[in-house]
Design a binder for this molecule. Structure first.
Ligand SMILES: Cc1cc2nc3c(=O)[nH]c(=O)nc-3n(C[C@H](O)[C@H](O)[C@H](O)COP(=O)(O)OP(=O)(O)OC[C@H]3O[C@@H](n4cnc5c(N)ncnc54)[C@H](O)[C@@H]3O)c2cc1C
Ligand code: SF4
Length: 517
C-alpha cells in the first residue's frame, strides 16, 4: 500500500487529512519472517513516510524503535489507531482493504471495535478486484488460469492483433524451457548502499527480532520508488531479453538469472502491475525484447499473479486447511539449515537463507518437489515459504503451496502434481554436476533420493491419482516395474524418510538397500 498514486493517497488532501503509518509488532511477528524482508518493509515504509511529508502531509508514524511509540507498536494496530484519533482530532478514518485474509479480518475487527467511523475502500493493488474475479469464476464452466489469461489479454489488448494473439499463439512455453549453459553471462544486480534510514532499520531488526529467519548482512535492495524504477529499468534492459528462454532454468552460481525480482515491490505497492506490464510491452514494441520473453512475463503478472490472488480470496479461509494427500511430516532440519548432500536442495536453501530469494522454478521444482515427495504437511510448508522469502504474502504463498506445489487441493489449481525425479533437475540445471548422489541411479548406493522418492510417491498415491489423465503414463510405468524393483523403491524411501525423521538430514544415510538384479 506504499503507492503515492493508489486509491488511498489519491483520496486524501495533504492540508486536511493526516496519515497514520503503523509498524505493528504483532503483524511483523505473525511469522518468523526473514530479517531481510523485515528490513525491506520497514525501510520502504519509513522512506514512504518521508515522501508523504515532502508532499505536505502530516504523518503520524508509529515507529517500533521510537520511545514514544514503541509500546503502542507492541500492542498493534488498534492501539495505534486509537492514539492517532485522539491526537489528530479527526472524526473519520479511511483505510484500504488488505490483500491478505488475516489482515483483512483484523481490519474489520478494528472497524467494529472503534467508535470512530472507518470507511474501507477497495483494494487497488491488483488489476482485477477479488469480487470481479469471483463473479467471473462462477460464470463459466472452465474457470482455469488459461481461460482467465486469454480473457484478460482480450480485455486489455496486450499483445493482441484485433482479437488474435500476436505471433498466432497464446503461449510460448515450448520456447521457454531452454536448459542453462554453465558459461552464460548473468548480469549482476544493482546495489543500493543502505542510507541512514535503512541502517537504523537494520540495527532495529537485529536487536528486536533476533530469532527471525536469516540475516541482514549485505542488504542492498532498492527501498524508494526512485530506486525501484531504476531496478525495473535494469530488468528491462539487461534481463528481459533472455527471461523467456531461461525462465525455467536453474544455475548454482545465480538464483536470480534473468528474473525480475519485482515481486516485493508489486506486493507493497511501490510498483503497479499496470505500469510494469506497459513497460514490458513497450520493450517488445521497441524491438528490445522478443515475443516469447514478453509473453512469458506478461503471463506471470497479468495471468498467474491475478488469478491466484482472486482464487485465494474465493477459497479462504478453508483453503489453507486442506490436505488432499493427508501428509503430516514436519519441515526437516535440512530445509532450515541446508545441511544436506542433495546439492540442488542445498544450493537453493543456502541462497534463499542468504538473499531471501529464489526464483519460481527453484521454489516449485526444487524445494516444493522435495516437500511433495517426502510428504510435508501443507500448512507447515506455507509457514516455511512465508518465513523464507522477501516477497512473502499469504495470498501468493497459500495457492502456490496448496494448489501448485503440494497438490493439497486435489487439482483445483494445477492439472497434476508437480512431482519430478532427478531427470528434470538434471535437464533444467547444473546442480547434478559434483553432487554426492548420482542423478541417473534409481536405487542402490549413491542413487539420487529424488529418483526412488518420486516412484514411491507415484506408488503410494496411485489410487488417488488414477483419474488424472496427466498422471496415467507415470502410473503405468510404475505398475510395469517388477515387484522386486517396487519393493526396493519402497524400502529405499522408507530408509531415507526414517533417517530424515531421526536426524533431520540425509547426511548420515545408512547403507542403502541393494539394487535388484
Ligand atoms: C511455493 C511457492 C511460494 C510462493 N510464494 C510467493 C509469495 O509469498 N509471494 C509472491 O509474491 N510470490 C510467491 N510465489 C510466486 C513466485 O515464485 C514469485 O512471485 C517469484 O518467484 C518472484 O520472483 P520475481 O519477481 O523475480 O519473478 P519473475 O519470474 O520475474 O516473475 C514476474 C512476476 O510475476 C509474478 N508471478 C510469477 N509467478 C507467480 C505466481 N506463481 N504467483 C504469483 N505471482 C507470480 C510475480 O509478481 C513476479 O514478480 C511463490 C511460488 C511458489 C511456487
Ligand atoms: S543428483 Fe539428485 S540430489 Fe544431486 S543435484 Fe541432482 S537431482 Fe539433486
Amino acid at each position: 500500500q506504499l503507492d503515492h498514486h493508489g486509491a488511498l493517497p489519491r483520496a486524501l488532501d495533504p492540508k486536511t487529512n493526516p496519515v497514520c503509518l503503523i509498524e505493528s509488532v504483532p503483524s511483523l511477528t505473525r511469522h518468523r519472517f526473514h530479517k531481510k524482508r523485515l528490513v525491506l518493509v520497514l525501510s520502504m515504509v519509513r522512506h514512504f513516510a518521508e515522501e508523504l511529508r515532502a508532499r505536505g502531509f502530516t504523518v503520524f508514524h508509529y515507529q517500533l524503535d521510537q520511545p514514544e511509540s514503541a509500546e503502542l507498536c507492541e500492542a498493534g494496530e488498534e492501539a495505534c489507531l486509537r492514539d492517532f484519533v485522539a491526537r489528530s482530532g479527526i472524526a473519520r478514518l479511511r483505510a484500504m482493504e488488505a490483500a491478505e485474509y488475516d489482515a483483512q479480518m483484523l481490519l474489520l475487527s478494528v472497524v467494529a471495535g472503534m467508535e470512530t467511523p472507518i470507511e474501507v475502500i477497495q483494494n487497488d493493488q491488483f488489476l482485477i478486484h477479488r469480487e470481479t474475479f469471483s463473479d467471473w469464476f462462477d460464470s463459466i464452466p472452465d474457470p482455469s488460469m488459461e481461460s482467465f489469461y486469454r480473457k484478460r489479454r482480450r480485455e486489455t489488448g496486450m499483445l493482441m492483433q484485433e482479437d488474435q494473439p500476436l505471433g498466432g499463439r497464446w503461449n510460448f512455453d515450448g520456447d521457454n524451457r531452454v536448459p542453462p549453459t554453465g558459461n552464460m553471462p548473468i548480469p549482476g544486480s544493482l546495489v543500493f548502499e543502505p542510507d541512514s534510514i535503512t541502517r537504523r532499520v537494520i540495527e532495529t531488526v537485529e536487536r528486536r527480532f533476533p530469532d527471525h529467519f536469516g540475516d541482514t548482512e549485505e542488504f542492498s535492495l532498492p527501498v524508494t520508488r526512485e530506486q525501484v524504477l531504476a531496478w525495473l529499468a535494469e530488468f528491462l534492459s539487461q534481463r528481459l531479453r533472455l527471461f523467456g528462454m531461461y525462465q525455467d532454468a536453474m544455475l548454482a552460481k545465480s538464483n536470480r538469472m534473468y528474473h525480475s525480482f519485482l515481486s516485493p515491490y508489486l506486493n507493497h505497492g511501490l510498483l503497479r502491475s499496470a505500469e510494469v506490464l506497459k513497460a514490458v510491452e513497450e520493450a517488445y514494441q521497441n524491438g528490445d525484447a522478443p515475443l516469447n520473453s514478453t509473453e512469458g512475463f506478461i503471463r506471470q503478472v497479468l495471468g498467474w499473479r491475478e488469478y491466484l490472488h482472486g482464487f485465494y480470496w474465493m477459497k479462504m479461509p478453508e483453503y489453507r486447511e486442506i490436505n488432499f494427500f493427508d501428509c503430516h511430516r514436519s519441515i526437516p532440519q535440512l530445509m532450515k539449515d541446508g545441511d544436506t548432500n542433495l546439492k540442488c536442495l542445498k544450493c537453493v536453501i543456502d541462497q534463499s537463507r542468504r538473499d531471501a530469494y529464489a526464483h519460481h522454478i527453484q521454489r516449485l521444482m526444487v524445494i516444493g518437489n522435495f516437500a511433495l515427495l517426502i510428504g510435508v504437511e501443507p500448512k507447515a510448508m506455507v509457514r516455511w515459504m512465508m518465513e523464507m522469502y522477501i516477497d512473502a504474502a499469504e495470498w501468493a504463498a497459500v495457492p502456490n503451496v496448496m494448489g501448485m506445489t503440494l497438490y493439497a487441493d486435489g487439482g483445483e489449481v494445477g492439472s497434476k502434481p508437480y512431482a519430478a525425479s532427478a531427470h528434470y533437475i538434471d535437464k533444467m540445471s547444473d546442480y547434478c554436476h559434483g553432487c554426492h548422489y548420482r542423478e541417473r541411479k534409481r536405487v542402490g548406493e549413491k542413487a539420487c533420493p529424488l529418483n526412488y522418492l518420486y516412484w514411491n510417491f507415484v506408488g503410494v498415491h496411485q489410487d488417488q491419482l488414477k483419474g488424472n489423465p496427466r498422471m496415467q503414463t507415470a502410473i503405468q510405468m510404475y505398475r510395469h516395474k517388477s515387484p522386486a524393483e517396487r519393493k526396493l523403491i519402497e524400502t529405499s524411501s522408507q530408509q531415507f524418510l526414517e533417517q530424515l525423521d531421526a536426524t533431520g538430514t540425509d547426511r548420515r544415510l545408512k547403507k542403502p538397500a541393494r539394487a535388484a538384479r
